[in-house]
Design a protein around this ligand. Sequence first.
Ligand code: ADP
Ligand code: MG
Length: 742
Amino acid sequence: MASLEEPLRGVVGGKAATRAEKAFDLRTTGDLLRHYPRRYVHRGDLTDLASLQDGEQVTVFAQVAKVTSRRMQSRRGRLLEVTVTDGSARLALTFFNKVEFWERQLSPGRHGMFAGKVSTFAGKRQLAHPEFKLLGADDVGKAAEYAAELIPVYPATREFSSWDIEKCVRVVLDTLGEVDDPLPEALRQRHRLDGLATALRGIHRPADMAEADRARVRLKWDEAFVLQAVLAQRRRAAAALPATARPGRAGGLLDAFDARLPFSLTKGQRDAGGTIAGDLARAHPMHRLLQGEVGSGKTVIAVRAMLQVIDAGGQAALLAPTEVLAQQHYRSITELLGPFGQAGRLDGADQATRVALLTGSQGAAARREALLDAASGAAGIVIGTHALLTEYVQFADLGMVVIDEQHRFGVEQRDALREKAQGAPPHVLVMTATPIPRTVAMTVYGDLDTSTLTELPAGRSPIATHVVPAAAKPHYLARVWERIREEVGEGRQAYVVCPRIGGDDPSRPAGKTDGSAHADSDDPEMGLGEDEEDWSPRRPPLAVLDLAPALAEGPLAGLRLRVLHGRLPTEEKEAAMRAFADGVADVLVATTVVEVGVDVPNATAMVVMDADRFGVSQLHQLRGRVGRGSEPGLCLLVTEAAEGTKARDRLDAVASTLDGFRLSRLDLEQRREGDVLGAAQAGRKRSLKLLTLLSDETLIGQAREEATALVDADPELAAHPVLAAAIGSLLDEEQAEFLEKA
Ligand code: ADP
Ligand code: MG
């Protein structure tokens, strides 16, 4: 049996092997065969030259139309310009110096493949010194059969062109016999999938598109199935770990809390709460993702779970992604608990516990007290940011960890916190307000069980969203500020959100920040929603530190404005938030630090400046800040993006629906998947070459079922050595520690 592990060198020769490795890190025959064509062209088809983008590395099929050569003025030698055409548009190919060689070959009328990087010179699209391969003179007029042949077009580089790759693949396929197949025979039959060798031939050298499509499906299965088998193994291993069971206790703190709750839980809250209560009562660690729209009431669920853990003698930790959020959680949880969070204080209830707050920058005394409360167990609930993860924070008995907004939290941090619980790992509840499409949940959070809150608590006011085209209709912007004045005039408050902090380097656009502490945006993802080509000619996005004074002296003169952004010292952030929460400020001009969790029910309006600089899901998150009280919310998305542009379409979509799941799908469609998966998942992205998370939902679901069943029946994969090996190399690729740690 030919192996896919064979070094390329021995099969395609040293020179080609070196190029393959340099260009794409392809080392084995298997690596090469998994370097799939990007698309196929019929020999007769010419590339649409008008659609070429500047900077693109392309392989085009075209016909030579015109050849001219002239002596260069500034340099010695001659310049050859060859114009090729697709029948309508034209593209220039330029060659320098010893041009006679090329001139002889590139005669008008010839068809060929030309590969190079598209650039613009003197207003003309060109390929400078392209690699090319002419189709034989006799090729063109040959039989219809020949013209219909599919030519694979590969991701290629200048040194390793699409036709070089094609040639190497052909050599490898010619020597390939049967290959070991990671998909079990029975599964292949159930889903009518080709064997691996057939699929590899089919994707590289298909007779027709149907064959290529069939091969793709089969190879997508490889990707989905191997990944889901890894996840199934991890779930199984995690479920087998011991944990301390934290069953509910009748007549405990939770019961007392429930009795005093000023509202009744929604059905979704009751269901999710019941599931979590059941998870906690088991002697194996919970790993659950709780997702629900902003304002759907996740916090109450988390608090109730924490109280159950406290009733069972343990402690709970809550991790928030930012200090502002940690502080806010502290305030709202303290408030929600009322006397039940005031143990040892005058107004404490009988069976009360204590809530401790730990942040990186709090004062020494407050910090000492919080550390003591955590270590002694006096604090049943400990709330904090990453600071909670530093070594000297100790818990008496950490039973559960709640992580808010997982998408901002690294896996390493999750792990570090788990290590805080001596002995058995704690139960883990991850909360996110970013609705995650099912397939992403299955892939990225494949090791977590999921609960979803689909309804908002009754009495929630709707949020009206409007796009304000500031460039086309400047007077609309004036109207925006009038609206804010009206809102404030009625005793309510408003947010104004900008993409950038500003102040130090106004030329630095937020999307180009390096993620360092001095980044000019409070959002590590800022600008991802952008269409790259939009960047250069545009002005830098509006900044908090520029807009706030302009508003104070201009359209919002006389209103009480406060500024909030990530570069403020903690006390000032805290003071600004508090002023706004207490109604001492009318308008909060802020960056995306207000995005998650900030809860001021009296704030009813939000203006997002340069809204097109934000991602779809992010805008949805942002507007969740208004409409939390009894008054309807208003969100105004101000943009200069013209109608009909992608950026404008995004905003119109946000304005047209409040369905977070729909918007998150849209977001996923528009971003590169690697971005959605996050940096930590880069390896996974590399292993998912064909699979797309949105359009392959059904396939991923089926693969997940199959993989789970197989792993349940044969946890060690003793009967499936090829699958086990495929998992092994996937794990290598993904830097095994990431998957194994969790
Ligand atoms: P999330 O964390 O999902 O954004 P929260 O838990 O912060 O939502 O809830 C938002 C607000 O709604 C809070 O003020 C909370 O007290 C309130 N709330 C939660 N559940 C209910 C409910 N079932 N009925 C009425 N109000 C609720
Ligand atoms: Mg919340």
